[in-house]
Design a protein around this ligand. Structure first.
Ligand code: SF4
Length: 607
């Protein structure tokens, strides 16, 4: 058997909740030549775990995490989404992933269902399944506080009431206030297993890089590039200083912001939600993630509404804020923090409330419904949703269930069952394409895909697209960016690192950490393998190229006003060009490629 490569332990844990025990499994060292870590490793393990449990959940880190490499701190959670029925993965930053690595595991595979509420404690190379009866029913902040009281300075991933009560867009809260990249109902996956929390207590384990001096040298070079970045420099970078809310300036100027359930991309008064408004009214400080010199996260405080929280990020500003027509930054921050406490994905929640506001207007629901931007009613509806009470029962089912219950399919703004976030695809057409073709549906994160967002030129992002959105060029740009995102998601470097670093930097870091000779082309092949495997998983659960489309709101309804008046998101030419660029004519993998993908994935067999 080949020796375990640097940066890995070649060790995962299978936690079996039905049996109430866990076992250690060795991971084949050859697996890491195909799937580096993070997203790739998690999806490969998930593919195999689904044969044991169709509701399996995998958490995975990478060989760069906990080595000090800048911005390498993400944890990937992979699962089949209860909201979309597709493969789904969530990326969360902070400090959880290093704690998993320090506990001595590359990955956790959680299968089965507990009869009673439990939490999973991962500490010092061991796992225990603990009683969580007294935590069940607590909100995410209360649960985290209680777990820290019991276990000290630990990292806590927890669900709130929404995950316990079956909300299909329930999320997992990472250390009290972060769920930005955790969409697709992962909170319900845990809740259905009766897992309240995963507590990562770390340990003494340290991933040993294959070539430490080289890794230090690549880390130094990366730090220098980050320091020189006009977006990431801690003192002067636009993203670092203003956080993700700076996106609103660019998208509002281009008239590309989701507003009133995407009826229009023109928002009058958007300045009330801008980064400048946030800084003036609610900013208390900046937060960061492990090994990150950028510090883009926002620590906020509301004096009128009396709360302290993290965020909102642009994604919440453009869902709970502009899309639901609530133009008050303190109120949006408050609803973001309430979503965190309840364990609801605030992005999906904001977009679903926007759908409900439109239905309320169309059907004259009056006091039973929601008026645009009615803060008090939004707060009430969030609580009702988390507890599945009253109309919250319908809202908790997600966008498609809501539209169907009211017989209003025309209000839908989703792809594959999850709503689009951040930008109107009738204006930002490459954004429409990437959301249509992503295996996990319309939940791509805009800052991650910044170089296919034409408005972002204004922020100094080097763009791969221009406003003509010529099909071939746009399709290639989208696929290129997907490959890069799949790579950073696998290395577990925050995707924002890609605004300063590129293929050469990532391959040098991975080579130094693992001892593999990794060229940029190898990284691209691994990324293509991940994207193709995600398509294979989807096909096996009944989702294929026929689902790569945008709803009529974007594809047929023209922008009603402003500089983009008349624009629609007709992506048919781009879609064809995209399949060509990716080498999957008609959106399907041919037999030989499918065999290759499955052969690589079989290295992640769990038994
Ligand atoms: S750039 Fe922001 S989100 Fe990314 S690692 Fe740094 S603080 Fe975290």
């Amino acid at each position: 058997m080949r020796e375990c490569p640097g940066g890995y332990y070649c060790r995962a844990a299978i936690v079996n909740l039905s049996r109430g025990d866990w076992e250690e499994v060795g991971l084949d060292p050859h697996l890491f030549e195909e799937f580096t870590g993070g997203r790739g490793l998690a999806i490969a393990l998930l593919y195999n775990a689904l044969k044991i449990d169709s509701a399996a959940l995998v958490a995975a880190a990478s060989p760069l995490v906990a080595t000090g490499y800048p911005m390498a701190n993400r944890l990937t959670l992979a699962f089949i989404s209860p909201l979309t029925g597709t493969v789904a993965w969530a990326n969360t930053g902070g400090y959880a992933s290093p704690a998993l690595k320090r506990a001595g595991f590359d990955a956790l595979v959680i299968i089965g269902e507990s009869k009673t509420p439990v939490y999973i404690l991962v500490s010092q190379g061991k796992i225990s399944i603990e009683d969580a009866n007294s935590l069940w029913g607590l909100d995410s902040l209360e649960a985290t506080r209680e777990l820290r009281h019991r276990h000290g300075d630990v990292r806590v991933l927890t669900i709130g009431p929404a995950g316990e009560n079956g909300v299909r867009f329930a999320t997992v809260i990472n250390d009290t206030g972060r769920s930005s990249g955790v969409r697709h109902g992962v909170g319900l996956v845990l809740g259905a297993k009766r897992v309240k929390s995963i507590v990562l207590a770390g340990g003494e384990a340290k991933p040993r890089p294959a070539d430490k001096p080289k890794l230090i040298a690549t880390a130094r070079a990366a730090h220098e590039k980050i320091r020189r970045s006009s977006l990431l420099n801690r003192e002067s970078g636009l993203l670092a200083v203003h956080g993700t809310p700076i996106a609103l300036d660019a998208l509002a100027a281009a008239e590309a912001v989701p507003h009133m359930n995407y009826r229009t991309p023109v928002v009058r008064g958007w300045e009330k939600l801008s980064a400048a408004a946030m800084e003036k009214e609610i900013l208390a400080g900046r937060l960061t993630c492990s090994a990150c010199p950028v510090s883009c996260r926002r620590d906020t405080m509301g004096s009128r509404l009396s709360f302290r929280t993290e965020g909102p990020d642009y994604a919440q500003i453009s869902s709970l804020g502009t899309n639901a027509s609530l133009l008050d930054v303190e109120k949006v921050a408050y609803l973001t923090s309430l979503s965190y406490r309840l364990g609801v994905d605030p992005i999906e929640a904001g977009n679903i409330l926007a759908i409900y506001a439109e239905i309320s207007e169309l059907d004259g629901l009056g006091g039973e419904g929601l008026e645009w931007g009615d803060f008090a009613r939004m707060e009430e509806l969030l609580r009702l949703t988390a507890h599945r009470e009253g109309v919250g029962e319908v809202l908790a089912g997600g966008a498609r269930e809501l539209a169907s219950r009211f017989g209003r399919p025309e209000v839908l703004t989703d792809v594959k069952g999850i709503t689009l976030q951040n930008a109107d695809p009738r204006v930002e057409k490459a954004w429409g394409l990437v959301n249509a073709v992503e295996s996990f549906g319309g939940a791509a994160h805009i800052w991650v895909y910044g170089d296919i967002v034409a408005s972002f030129k204004q922020l100094g992002v080097e763009s791969r697209v221009d406003w003509s959105f010529e099909p071939e060029k746009t399709a290639k740009a989208v696929y290129e960016r997907q490959l890069l995102v799949a790579t950073v998601d696998s290395l577990q470097t925050c995707a924002f690192s890609s605004y300063a670093l590129g293929w050469e930097d990532y391959s040098a870091a991975l080579s130094a950490a693992t001892g593999f000779k990794v060229a940029p082309e190898d990284l691209r092949s691994s990324a293509a393998l991940i994207l193709d495997l995600e398509r294979v998983v989807n096909e096996e659960v009944g989702v294929d190229h026929r689902h790569d489309s945008l709803p009529p709101r974007f594809a047929e309804e023209p922008v009603p006003e402003g500089r983009n008046k008349g624009a629609v998101a007709d992506i048919s030419d781009m879609l064809e060009a995209y399949y060509q660029a990716r080498g999957i004519p008609e959106g399907r993998l041919d037999r030989e490629r499918r065999r290759e993908v499955l052969a690589a994935t079989s290295l992640a067999k769990l038994r």
